[in-house]
Design a protein around this ligand. Structure first.
Ligand code: MG
Length: 457
């Protein structure tokens, strides 16, 4: 009780009376996540063949981050890191969950939704969860009051709509998914307009297979992919308009980001990494550096932030700081509070980042430098073989964000120093749990029957 009284007093110093959704109270938080959106797919990041005026507004009236990292180049680990502020390797989430997964993000993890519940936020998620779809792993068991959406990727078998803990719809017309999510988001805002809320809108688009509703097909200059992004942009506009009409826009922190880079092997159905190298499933910048914007008209002055490296894991401690929510001392958080960056009052503490592929450490950024360990190359599916083998790489990201100029041969001493620092930080994570089992081996014995038939013919 004592700690609650203390935190209430502390909060009232910063934000005035806590209570209904008043302009001096805690901000509403709307976190909009695109799936596999590339660094070069938005107008505010240089796209000229896709029009994104509503998303660009967030950049013009808020902060545009240029060096913002997702913790993973694939879906589930990226989402786990966002919601907990922790490297996904701490949870054994080194791959993506499938409809046949029996596992999920452990319930013991503290999520942003649980954090904000301490402050009596209404919490909801609309869209893709992808952290386990068995009941014990679903959003309602992780601090969310409500859930509507597809529980995993839209290319997986059994695409269904769930509401809370139940399946609501077995037949999903994916042409309408973005529109349906927008409608659900607006309903949530209307329902909770009287109190601070946290709404997490996690789109399934533009993850393949891509779909746009009829009204958007043919509207962009980049084919269906561009149409899909323009519909996402429309849905962002719906949310900002709704907040504006309710008088809530001024005190709402809207964050827009992507879970990982574009799926380049999907060719014209994948996005663009713009100036960056490679995309989804790789630890080059294109796989993990994601377009990210934050608008909070009352508190954030428009700016472009590039000097400070920032990560998806930073939102957890930052939102804790902004709301005065308590983070247990013993919890190991990898993100950093970036409220000083948001408010133009300072830099992020810490300028290093570990690049993992699953549970394999592949690279490290420290300040403007990035090293990558030698890569043998992989064979198999098109995406596994998309990147050729390479030796050790060293880049100066400030001058060379596209990672085209390998400085390793002439700077081996610097590279060795960076490797040492990388090892220290990696070992600093402590013992990591084994990988969760994401996919059970299939029983393919029926194919043996076909094979034997062939032989007999
Ligand atoms: Mg993704």
């Amino acid at each position: 009780m004592k700690s609650i009284v203390v935190s209430l007093l502390a909060a009232s110093c910063c934000f005035g009376q806590i209570g209904p959704n008043d302009p001096d109270g805690f901000p509403n938080i709307v976190y909009i996540f695109a799936d596999d959106l590339g660094y070069g797919d938005l107008g505010c990041y240089g796209a000229t063949d896709i029009k994104t005026p509503h998303i660009d507004r967030l950049a013009n009236e808020g902060i545009k981050f240029t060096d913002f990292y997702s913790a993973s180049s694939i879906c589930s680990p990226s989402r786990a890191a966002l919601l907990t502020g922790r490297y996904p390797q701490r949870m054994g989430i080194n791959g993506v969950f499938f409809p046949q997964s029996f596992t999920g993000m452990p319930q013991s993890e503290l999520t942003i939704a649980e954090l904000l519940k301490q402050k009596d936020y209404a919490t909801g998620i609309v869209g893709k969860w992808h952290l386990g779809h068995r009941q014990e792993f679903l959003p309602l068991q992780q601090g969310f009051d409500s859930y509507f959406g597809i529980p995993y990727s839209n290319d997986m078998q059994s695409v269904v709509y769930m509401r809370d803990n139940n399946i609501e719809e077995f037949q999903v017309d994916q042409r309408l998914t973005t529109k349906t999510y927008a409608e659900e988001a607006l309903k949530f805002i209307d329902k909770h307009k009287e109190r601070p809320f946290f709404l997490y809108v996690a789109h399934n688009m533009p993850h393949v297979p891509i779909y746009a509703s009829e009204a958007f097909v043919g509207t962009s200059q980049r084919g269906l992919y561009g149409d899909v992004i323009q519909e996402l942009d429309w849905s962002v506009g719906q949310i900002t308009k709704k907040l504006e009409s309710l008088g809530l826009l001024e005190n709402t922190l809207i964050i827009f980001s992507s879970d990982n880079g574009p799926w380049l092997v999907m060719e014209d159905h994948g996005g663009s990494a713009g100036i960056l190298r490679e995309g989804k499933q790789f630890t080059f910048e294109g796989g993990m550096r994601v377009p990210t914007l934050a608008m909070w008209k009352k508190k954030i002055k428009p700016a472009t932030v590039h000097a400070a490296m920032t990560t998806q894991m930073d939102w957890f401690p930052t939102l804790a700081k902004i709301t005065g929510a308590h983070v247990p001392d013993e919890l190991k958080i990898d993100g950093r509070d970036i409220s000083a960056v948001l408010f133009g009052k300072g830099n992020r503490k810490g300028d290093s980042f570990l690049f993992f592929d699953g549970n394999k450490l592949q690279g490290y950024r420290k300040g403007q430098w990035k090293i990558k360990m030698p890569f043998k190359g992989t064979k198999g599916s098109p995406w596994q073989s998309a990147v050729a083998a390479h030796d050790t790489l060293l880049f100066n990201l400030k001058n060379d964000p596209g990672e085209s100029n390998n400085l390793y041969p002439k700077n081996k001493k610097l590279a060795l120093k960076l490797f040492d620092q990388m090892e220290d930080e990696y070992h600093g994570l402590g013992e990591l749990p084994p990988s969760l089992v994401m996919r059970m081996g299939s029983d393919n014995s029926h194919f043996n029957h076909l094979e034997s038939n062939k032989k007999q013919q």
